[in-house]
Design a protein around this ligand. Sequence first.
Ligand SMILES: [Zn+2]
Length: 472
Amino acid sequence: MTLKLHNTLTGTKDVFEPLQPGHVGMYTCGPTVWNFAHVGNLRAFLFYDLLRRQLLASGYQITHVMNVTDIDDRILDQAMHAGTTILEYVKPFVAAFFEDMRALRTQPVEHYPRATEHIPEMIAMITTLIKRGNAYVADGDVYFRIDSFPRYGALSHLDRSGLRAGARVAADKYDKESVSDFALWKKAQPGDEEVGAAWDAPFGRGRPGWHIECSAMSKRYLGETFDIHSGGVDLMFPHHENEIAQSEAANGKPFARVWLHSEFLSDATGEKMSKSAGGFTTLRDLVGAGHDPVAVRFFLIANAHYRQRLRLSTEALHSAAEQVRRVREFAERVQRARPAEGEDGELIRRVGEVRAAYRQALDDDLNLPQGVGHVFELIREANAALDEDRVGVNGRQALLDLIEEVDGHLDVMGGGEPGLAEEVERLIAEREDARKARDFARADRIREELRQRGIALEDSREGVRWRRVTPG
Ligand SMILES: [Zn+2]
């Protein structure tokens, strides 16, 4: 298996090879905890999770870092409004972020560094940048000097001549040398002290800008050069360009080797979802409207390739829920199936073929939608084989192994209704006993009770089968 990833830096799908054989260092831009995450952010976070799972499936060990931005202008404003400190203000949103991640079944990453806990690392990096002439102090603020970094714009293939021409006009409004220079450090304002958002630094008391935190924290946990950096496509410019400029200028070494960017989620009207624009949809909103977080997960990772736009709609979420239901039902059916005598060679061959196609799709820049498409084809064929009692011991095992492998990415099995299968099995056994004792009224009551809970029973040659239906 050879994993290929689309690297924004090169603009091509390249064979992935980590710096250190067998180990991957990865940094992913995390949430700014000024509010609940909107579903557009969640798409990026689930993309990181898919990438992480594919790296693990490819046999790599991984050190995955995801920052939590607990200081920025919006947090400051909100804390001032609420008359509290920034640390108190963000508490419920930090908790909500981790709750969302659990509900969406993302794997925990190795480090979740918080910006306010890494101020000394940021100050050290800014000090180096000033010393090297890449940054300057202007009236207590510190700016990065873009002209000192000729490679600026390489990631987003930016035309720097346009950047500079525009700069001349508006530069007088700022203390900056050029309007495109960006802040590394912001001088403390009186209100900042009250909300606990000011720190001492050799270049004056203040607080860090947003971009410097990712440069400082990735260095702390992954070193100066590391394998993968990813984020939403909206972060490519200026955030990621600024990270590259800061890190490479300060360290004198290349920064991240591979950059991956996930596309926008758009709302029903086709507009990009953005919490700054207001009226955003959170996971809480969706769960409140009756959507299962596991269906939301499936929708966000499996219904479009990560570099394609995806449109959020109620119909799309319902169809994702239906797909999850089909996968789960199929898995339950295979688990319960009593193997037939002999084997169906054709089915076993097809399972092998689909496994290869699935792996190839995932290795091809994480094409999960294509991989899942192959699996759904197989589910149709295997259901027919089960109907005709053609699945033997080895066929059954091959199907179970494939389901397990696919669920390593999807993670939609189990959970949700803990113990449901055992409970249903117990009631089915009770109903069988009642029938044997010719207590048909009791047997019917059990069937009815299950139907009200959304479980339909079917008597078949393999014994009693059950499946989920609309309750009632
Ligand atoms: Zn970042």
